[in-house]
Write a protein that binds this ligand. Structure first.
Ligand code: COA
Length: 373
C-alpha cells in the first residue's frame, strides 16, 4: 500500500454575491405580496399570514453574511426567486462540469500536475446535473484525462467520502492519481420562499488532487494519515427530488422536491456525532486533539462549528484553529470544508496536523486527518 497525499486544491467562486440584506428585501416583498393576495383568508383565519425575514436573525442564527450564486438576477427577482440557467446543448460543457473544471484545473496547477497524470475523477457532491452520463465522465472528457470517472453523492459529506475513495484507489495502485471534484449549485435546490432556510445556501466548486506521496511535487503537500466515514439514517435533512416524481400519485408539491430540514434537530444530533467521530479517529491515530493545528470543518453554521471544535478540544477554538468561510460563502454543501482547506492551509508548517471534516444529510460524516510535509 502506497502512502498518499493531497497535493493540490482548487476553488471556483461564482462572480455574483447576494448579501443578507438583498435576500431579505426579496423575501419580504414576496411575503407582502402573499399576505395582500390572501388578506381575506388571513382575516378569516383560514390562511396563516407569512412572517418577514431579517438580516439580524440570519447572521445571529447562522453566521452567514452573503452567498455566491450562479445567477443573481433570478434569485433577487421577487417574481422568480431562483437562479435561471440557460439550457445548454448536449455537446457544451454542462454548468456544473464547467465549474468543476475550473476548480480541477487550479488544483492540478497547484499540484504541479496535468490531466495526463490523472487516472480517476470522482465528482462527489449533493446534487447532480442529471442522472447520466456521469458528470465525472464529462469532466474527464473536457479535461482531457484518461482512466475512469464516476459520480458519488453523500450530500454535504461527499468530499470526505470522495477523498477516502481516492486514497483507497491511489494507495492500492488502481489509479496513479485522482481528482475529487465537488461542484455545488445549492441555490438550485433551495426554497427561497421558505423563511426558515431561504438564506442558508450558496454556490461554489472545489477540487483536490490525491496522489502517491513518494512522487508528489506540489508546494503544499499533506500526507493522509487516515480517513474515517460514518452514516446514520435521518429524515431531518431531506430532498424528495428524483426520477420517479413524474410517476408518483398524487404528485408531490413543488416545495417537497427541494431542500427541507429540521434545523434545530440537525444541529442537536449532528454536533455530538461529528465530535465523537473526530475524537475517536484522532485517538486511534495516536493524535492528541489539542495538537491539531487546523480543523477544516463543513461550513453550515458558525455556532455548530464552534461547538464541534469545543467538544473536540475541551475549550473554545481560535479562529485560526477552525477557520470560517461560511460568512462569505454560506453553506456550499460538499464544497464547504474544502473551501476552508483551500483558503487556510498555506501557513501550516511541516509536521503540522490538520483535519478536514464534512457532515450533512444521511446523516453522513467523514474525517480526513493529514500532516503537512
Ligand atoms: N427571520 C427571522 N426569524 C426567523 C427566520 C428568519 N428568516 N427563520 C426563523 N425565524 C424565527 C423562527 O420562527 C423562530 O421563532 P420562535 O422562536 O418565535 O418560534 C426563531 O426564529 C428560531 O427559529 P429556528 O428555526 O429554531 O432557528 P435556529 O436558531 O435553529 O436557526 C438554522 C436556524 C437553520 C440556522 C439552524 O438551525 C441551523 O443552522 N441548523 C443546522 C442546520 C445544518 O447544519 N444543516 C445541514 C444542512 S446540509
Amino acid at each position: 500500500m502506497k502512502k498518499v497525499c493531497i497535493s493540490g486544491s482548487g476553488l471556483f467562486t461564482p462572480a455574483e454575491s447576494v448579501s443578507n440584506d438583498e435576500l431579505v428585501v426579496v423575501f419580504n416583498a414576496y411575503v407582502d405580496r402573499y399576505n395582500a393576495e390572501h388578506a381575506d383568508a388571513i382575516a378569516a383565519g383560514t390562511v396563516a399570514a407569512l412572517a418577514p425575514s431579517s438580516s439580524e436573525f440570519i447572521f445571529k442564527a447562522s453566521g452567514i453574511k452573503a452567498r455566491y450564486t450562479v445567477d443573481k438576477a433570478g434569485v433577487v427577482d421577487p417574481e422568480i426567486m431562483h437562479p435561471q440557467i440557460r439550457v445548454r446543448g448536449n455537446d457544451e460543457p454542462s454548468l456544473m462540469v464547467e465549474m468543476g473544471l475550473a476548480a480541477a484545473k487550479q488544483a492540478l496547477a497547484n499540484a504541479g500536475r496535468t490531466a495526463a497524470d490523472i487516472d480517476a475523477i470522482l465528482v462527489a457532491c449533493s446534487n447532480m446535473q442529471r442522472p447520466y452520463p456521469a458528470m465525472a465522465v464529462e469532466l474527464q472528457h473536457f479535461l482531457g484525462a484518461g482512466g475512469y470517472g464516476y459520480d458519488m453523492n453523500v450530500a454535504c459529506a461527499s468530499a470526505a467520502f470522495g477523498v477516502q475513495t481516492a486514497v483507497d484507489a491511489v494507495s492500492r495502485g488502481s489509479a496513479r492519481a485522482a481528482l475529487v471534484v465537488s461542484p455545488e449549485i445549492c441555490t438550485g435546490h433551495l426554497n427561497f420562499r421558505n423563511r426558515d432556510c431561504h438564506f442558508i445556501f450558496g454556490d461554489a466548486a472545489t477540487a483536490l488532487v490525491v496522489e502517491p506521496l513518494e512522487t508528489a511535487t506540489g508546494e503544499h503537500r499533506f500526507e493522509v494519515l487516515g480517513t474515517r466515514l460514518q452514516t446514520q439514517f435521518s429524515n431531518n435533512i431531506r430532498n424528495n427530488f428524483g426520477f420517479l416524481n413524474r410517476s408518483e400519485e398524487p404528485s408531490r408539491p413543488w416545495n417537497d422536491v427541494l431542500f427541507n430540514q429540521e434545523g434545530r434537530k440537525v444541529f442537536k444530533e449532528v454536533v455530538p456525532m461529528v465530535a465523537e467521530l473526530l475524537v475517536s479517529h484522532l485517538t486511534d491515530l495516536g493524535i492528541e486533539p489539542n495538537s491539531v493545528k487546523r480543523f477544516w470543518l463543513h461550513q453550515a453554521n458558525l455556532s455548530m462549528n464552534q461547538l464541534i471544535a469545543k467538544k473536540v478540544l475541551g475549550r473554545e477554538p481560535s479562529i485560526e484553529e477552525a477557520p470560517i468561510i461560511l460568512d462569505e460563502y454560506a453553506n456550499t454543501s460538499s464544497a464547504g470544508s474544502v473551501i476552508a482547506f483551500h483558503k487556510y492551509h498555506v501557513d501550516l508548517k511541516p509536521g503540522d496536523v490538520g483535519v478536514l471534516c464534512a457532515f450533512g444529510a444521511g446523516y453522513s460524516a467523514g474525517s480526513v486527518v493529514v500532516r503537512k510535509l
